[in-house]
Ligand binder design. Sequence first.
Ligand code: CS2
Ligand code: MG
Length: 405
Amino acid sequence: MKITAIKVFVCSPGRNFVTVKIHTDAGIYGIGDATLNGREMAVVTYLEEHVAPCLIGRDAHAIEDIWQYLYKGVYWRKGAVNLAAIAAIDMALWDIKGKAAGLPVYQLLGGKSRQGVTLYAHASGENIADTLDKAAQLIDQGYKAIRLQSAIPGLPVTYGVLGDKKDYYELQGNRPLPPEEQWSTKKYFNLVVELFKQARERFGNDIHLLHDVHSRLTPIESARLGKLLEPYDLLFLEDASIAENQDSYKIIRQHTTTPLAIGETYNTIWDCKDLIQNQLIDYIRVAATHAGGITALRRIGDFANIYNVKTAPHGAPDLSPICFAAHMHLNTWAPNFGIQEFVGLGNEQVKQIFTSTVTVSDGMAYVSEAPGLGVDFDETAAQQYPYKRSYLPVSRLEDGTLWNW
Ligand code: CS2
Ligand code: MG
């Protein structure tokens, strides 16, 4: 089965998505997600100018060889743009292979290790009470795991809190230039432990609670936070600190038993190899779109399994329903699957463009038996929502120092 054409689409149903469609001479096509939030057009050009011409005429079934060709063949390996492009091609080829075999991708990976995939949902609020009210609503909907993020008194904007925006798509899709947000670790510490203390008082110990620090603490600050949160038994503390120096997690690990999760910004196994093999983390959160697709996530997941590290794939609003579908097949197969982040199946425009067969009920998600990834992309509907440049914010400390957003 030969690749005959590769098309790249950018649309903005509230926020930008980059979608790849690979056509074959068997009349089967596959789709993949190449969305790199804030740098979408870099990936579009990379795919159209540098990747697509090399793949026309190649065997669409040769997923691994094409992955190696695109990763090693570029010479300039790694990087967010490279691996987002490889990821989209990879997802599309797995979609094609499943369609050709008449099997859902999870069957090609090794079949089901579970019927349903446990989700964690987002509760964010303007204050602790508001955040916990949102969490209570999610618990009533059947979610067994909730990520809590609350606005920080004294800071105009806080990561993960919608503010006056109606949803994440509105929040992320309207940033013509990078907004500058302020960070204060002191103000953050004044709130965050109290948030989880009150959450446990209100909801008891059965519900799983999670929190995303979003890389804003130094290792010793993360160690302190992990220790202070131990009484509240978090499922994991995410992105407690940047780990470009993977050894920095040894400092955190020495001080706390709060489970640690990281990986949504990682592009290859090399970004997390030491964290995993030294068991400095408990969950690896690499995303199919950012870390090289299904082929790569299967490899990273198997490596993590050797060290009792579970998978907890990233599931933010800037990953399209195609990436979510890819995660769902991986999550259904992976013996060491932990939990899947979930921010909903999209707004009405997203659902108009991406037709997914994933179903969600009672805090669990289920893949369908549809061949391939079980998701489709409507090119015509996508044209109604043209690309609109939008950036991620940047963060500064109160003295103006550029910080981690
Ligand atoms: C966040 C993401 O969901 C998460 O865990 O870290 O929403 C992240 O802020 C976005 O993916 C950035 O584009
Ligand atoms: Mg995160």
